[in-house]
Structures are given as C-alpha cells and as structure tokens.
Design a binder for this molecule. Structure first.
Ligand SMILES: NC(=O)c1ccc[n+]([C@@H]2O[C@H](COP(=O)([O-])OP(=O)(O)OC[C@H]3O[C@@H](n4cnc5c(N)ncnc54)[C@H](O)[C@@H]3O)[C@@H](O)[C@H]2O)c1
Length: 271
C-alpha cells in the first residue's frame, strides 16, 4: 500500500546489489511512495549485481561511486542534483564489508590492513558521504539521512568480528555529524539497527543460519525483514518524523530488549 509519503522528494540510495539487498527493497518502496532518486554502488558491484534492473523499474539513473573516494562522492552528489533537478531530501547509506570476515580471519587474529579497509568502507564512508553533502550544501532543510547498522555495536556477537567495531563507529558518526547537520542545516541523521537479514553481506557472517533462527525465536514479533526495514526507512525520509534525529532505532521485532523468550527457554528445559 502506498501513501505518497515521499511525493516530490529527491535522494540518493547507496548499496543495492541484488533483489535481497535492503537498499533494493528500500528503492522499490521509496519509488512507490513517490520519491525520485539516483542509485549508486561501488564500480565493482556494477559488474556483479543487477542494479540496472532496479534502475529500470524505478525510473532511476545509476552513478557508480566508491563510497570511500571523496572524488567519486563529489561527482555523485553534483550529478545527482543535476539529474533530479535540485537539492536532496534523503540519503540512504546501506554499505558494509569486512575483509577480515571475507578472508575468515578470527577476531583475535585480525589483519590490520584488512581492518582499515573494512572500517573505511563500512564506517568512515558515512562521514565522507555526509561531509560531502554538507560542504556542497546539497541537502534541503528537513532532509533525512539514514544508515543501517546492527546490534553487535552494543552487545557481543562473536562471529560478527570487526564489523561490530565498525558499526559502533558508524553509530557514533551519526550522532556527531547529526549534531552539526541539525544545527546548521536542519537535516536529521539516524541509524536503523536491523534484525539479521538474508542478504549477500548478511550471509557472509559465519553461522548465519543459526544466528538468524535464534534471533527469530528470541524476538516477540520475529525478525524484521528487508521489506520491514524499507518501510521504516520510508517513515524516516517522510515529513512525519521531522524531529527524530541522532537516534539509533531498533527494527528488530523486540530482540534488543528481550532477555529470554519462552521458545529459547524450552530448548534448555529437561523433558
Ligand atoms: N543483512 C543483515 O543481516 C544486516 C543486519 C543489520 C544491518 N545490516 C546492514 O545493512 C546494510 C546493507 O547490507 P545488506 O544486508 O543489504 O547487504 P548487501 O550485500 O546487499 O549490501 C551491501 C552493499 O555495500 C556495497 N559496498 C561495498 N563496498 C562498497 C564501496 N566501497 N562503495 C560503495 N558501496 C559498497 C555493496 O556493493 C553492497 O551493495 C549494511 O550496512 C549492513 O551491515 C545488514
């Protein structure tokens, strides 16, 4: 069901790789709600993914950009405003990658050049995106910036590896940059802390199937899907949430505040 919540709004959506991507579902929902946008992803993802399929469906243009490159980000933000015909109202940062996870390096045996790369892609890129938007004065007043995160920033999930640290850093950037974006330009900045979701990035985490099943049993409402996340993001891009900022917002079916669930307890009760 569409409510025209984003009619006339313009933005940039980072990170749609394939139809499982949270950013893919978000682009579809934003389009349904009347928003127009440019899609972007790393140049390498253009070859692997199917972003052009999504672009066709959503009347969007695709501009490749490595989110760690200031030069790419500057071009992207200039071109997006030209294509869309004005300043931006929303930006989704849906980017994550750990080289240590990919190369199966244990958290007690990190390769620090891998760590730096993963941190740059997963966390610092959020600062780079916002600093470029800010310096170019590319956001409209009451615009909204959202990045996606995971609860391993607050609690231990051993196999999440150095992504836990990257997410903690990302959430801190949302608050620190959000302060200045709010004060100076009336732009809001939030992170959504999403349930484990079967996507390319999600499935890279060791033991993902057990992990997602456990989270589902622990959450009173069950795991939030990629579509649930897309819907939540739509509300944050809309004018209905104008003074929500500097927040880390859980979209997790209640997992983060549940100590134990009946289902999980039953598993340990002697029969
Ligand atoms: N899947 C989950 O379980 C889960 C849970 C909570 C949060 N998240 C977060 O959601 C976000 C989206 O991930 P997803 O699960 O949809 O997986 P995904 O693999 O579909 O998306 C990750 C995206 O990051 C892009 N990317 C990687 N390096 C980049 C670079 N240098 N420049 C630009 N883009 C780059 C990839 O191309 C890809 O499109 C990530 O921040 C992820 O950490 C995912």
């Amino acid at each position: 069901m569409a409510y025209n919540l984003l009619k006339g709004k313009r933005g940039i959506i980072f990170g749609a790789l394939d139809e499982n991507s949270i950013a893919w579902k978000t682009a579809e929902r934003v389009f349904e709600e009347g928003g127009s946008f440019v899609l972007t992803n790393a140049p390498v993802a253009m070859r692997m993914g199917k972003i052009n399929e999504l672009a066709e469906k959503t009347n969007a243009q695709v501009i490749p950009a490595d989110a760690t490159s200031l030069e790419d980000l500057e071009k992207l933000i200039d071109q997006a405003q030209e294509i869309l015909g004005g300043k931006l109202d929303f930006v989704l940062h849906s980017i994550g990658m750990s080289v240590n996870v990919r190369k199966k390096r244990h958290y007690t045996d990190l390769n620090y050049s891998y760590s730096e790369k993963g941190w740059d892609v997963s966390a610092l890129s959020f600062h780079k995106v916002m600093q470029t938007l800010y310096k170019k004065d590319a956001m409209n007043e009451w615009g909204s910036v959202v990045a996606l995160t995971y609860m391993a920033a607050q609690r231990v999930f051993p196999d999440y590896n150095d992504m836990a640290d990257n997410k903690a850093y990302l959430e801190s950037i949302a608050r620190s940059f959000g302060y200045f974006f709010g004060k100076d330009k009336n732009v809001r900045v939030n992170t959504i802390s999403q349930s484990p979701t079967p996507t390319t990035a999600g499935q890279g985490v060791k033991g993902f199937d057990g992990f997602i099943a456990y989270a589902d049993k622990m959450s009173p409402l069950g795991n939030a899907t990629a579509m649930d996340c897309a819907n939540y993001t739509v509300t944050l891009f809309s004018d209905l949430t104008k003074r929500v900022t500097l927040q880390n917002l859980y979209n997790d079916g209640g997992f983060s505040n549940t100590g134990v669930s009946q289902e999980v307890m039953e598993y340990f009760v002697e029969k």
